[in-house]
Design a protein around this ligand. Structure first.
Ligand code: SF4
Ligand code: SF4
Length: 458
């Protein structure tokens, strides 16, 4: 089929209007390579690299074409056949993919080094001496918005087991992520607290490692498979009923471990076991968690209506008018503390298009008392972060971000929430770049919910 329904959903096609920059065009190129009509040469590689991998084309496709899986195979093929890579790209990838991400202790060392740089005078010194000017502008901009790093991950800080408050609903394993655990350790801690409050025992298996998403998206399938096997073994041994992720980019690969390992007879069954249990924290809270009465009512109230390109919550935005607890301030998680604010949300592409979870985060946001949820126009459209795309394709990423920020500005929100570390950094960058830091803050949804959680200081 070449219907083209996917074209309007594709950010790179919308930016350029060029067929080769669309899903249909890229699939045609892949087919030409598979049929031996085209070599997987530099031009082919460039076209594959221009794709964000956001997978917005998949939900739009009536034929259910698994574009993401085709893309990963195409990148794997480029990786195996190309001789055009600059040597430093290969060396840098090798160092990061083999020597760093798979080793959580090395990631923590990196976190420690970053922490030293950020908290001693080194950062000021580097900036003062003009050293940052040696780096391209987009890298300098990203350095400026990096959160505080940590040399201790979530388990090192708070321990590996956390019992549920009240009656236990299930035992879940926290997928802590590699970058997430050194740059967003607080978000991991907040995830544990939210889950405990909602009735889940939380285990953080020590031997888990990086999900392998960066490997898979860069055509390093063997590396991704090796990491997947270690994660499957770690969570199986922990005896958990769910595997919870708070990063859309990681979660999207976790739910596809069954596909990644489908042709490995030794691992296929365990991979299917794992993929079925991997879930985003929002979805687990909404569908299986113990929510307080008012939060339940707000979640049950459902979606809002579109108002001039933006969507308002059904009751005008105030999901739980009576302070959020609805008279019942115990028995589950609820969100009622804090002052009146306006919030909006940028979808994580992988959470929305691969994990197919766009309702659950919105339901949770609407359950927060004193928070008016305003739908961001084209929230489902990629922000340009896309893993390391904003570093490898800064021009296109910048263009996409600029369009995104025009819509963000119109929401007039105090908080711009999202559910993936890459999107969060990109949103922080967008806020700075567009001079909105005085009026708006980008925050992970989990951190916002935790800040608003009833009785967390009790
Ligand atoms: S993954 Fe995203 S950028 Fe790539 S073809 Fe699909 S919609 Fe376009
Ligand atoms: S990928 Fe799907 S939506 Fe796009 S042209 Fe092919 S069949 Fe149509």
């Amino acid at each position: 089929m070449r219907c083209g329904f996917c074209l309007p959903a594709c950010p790179t096609f919308r930016e350029t209007g060029i067929e080769a920059e669309s899903p249909r065009g890229r699939i045609a190129l892949m087919k030409a390579v598979a049929d031996g009509i085209l070599d997987p040469d530099e031009a082919f590689e460039t076209q594959m690299n221009h794709c964000l991998g956001c997978r917005a084309c998949e939900p739009a496709c009536p034929a259910d074409v698994k574009y993401g899986q085709l893309l990963e195979q195409a990148r794997d093929s480029v990786e195996r056949h190309t001789t055009t890579h600059r040597r430093w790209v290969k060396a840098a990838r090798r160092t990061a993919f083999d020597g760093l991400f798979p080793h959580q202790n090395r990631m923590r060392l990196l976190g420690g080094a970053l922490m030293l740089y950020q908290r001693t005078g080194l950062r000021k010194l580097a900036r003062g001496a003009g050293l940052m000017k040696l780096f391209p502008a987009h890298m300098r901009e990203m350095e400026a918005i990096l959160p505080d790093a940590s040399y201790k991950g979530v388990a090192e800080q708070i321990g590996a087991f956390h019992p549920a408050k009240g009656e236990r609903i299930a035992t879940v394993g926290l997928f802590r992520g590699c970058i997430m655990d050194v740059l967003f350790t607080e978000t991991n801690k907040h995830t544990v607290e939210l889950l405990n409050e909602a009735g889940f025992d939380v285990v953080i298996p020590e031997s888990q490692n990086c999900c392998g998403a960066l490997h898979a998206h860069s055509g390093e399938q063997d590396g991704a498979k090796a990491l997947a096997k270690r994660n499957i073994a770690a969570f199986k041994a922990a005896g958990v009923e769910w595997i919870v992720s708070n990063a859309g980019g990681c979660g999207a690969l976790l739910v596809e471990y069954d596909h990644l390992l489908h042709d490995d007879p030794q691992w296929a069954d365990d991979a299917a076991w794992f993929a079925k249990r991997a879930v985003d924290v929002s979805k687990l809270l909404v569908e299986h968690g113990r929510l307080r009465a008012a939060a339940q009512a707000a979640v049950a109230a459902g979606a809002g209506s579109v108002v001039g390109g933006a969507t308002a919550a059904p009751n005008g935005g105030h999901a739980a008018e009576s302070g959020g607890c609805g008279g019942s301030c115990s028995g589950g998680v609820g969100f009622a503390s804090g002052e009146q604010v306006r919030i909006t949300y940028q979808d994580s592409c992988h959470l929305r298009n691969v994990m197919r979870s766009s309702d659950a985060p919105r339901k949770l946001m609407r359950s927060v008392a004193n928070a008016e949820f305003v739908e961001l126009f084209e929230a489902e459209r990629c922000c340009g972060s896309a893993g390391i795309y904003n570093l490898t394709e800064p021009r296109m990423a910048g263009q996409i971000l600029d369009h995104k920020m025009e819509h963000v500005r119109r929401t007039d929100a105090h908080y711009l929430l999202t559910s993936n570390p890459g999107c969060l950094l990109q949103m922080k960058h967008g806020i700075e770049k567009h001079g909105m830091s005085g009026q708006m803050k980008a925050v992970h949804l989990v951190d916002f919910l935790h800040e608003r959680m009833c009785g967390k200081d009790a």
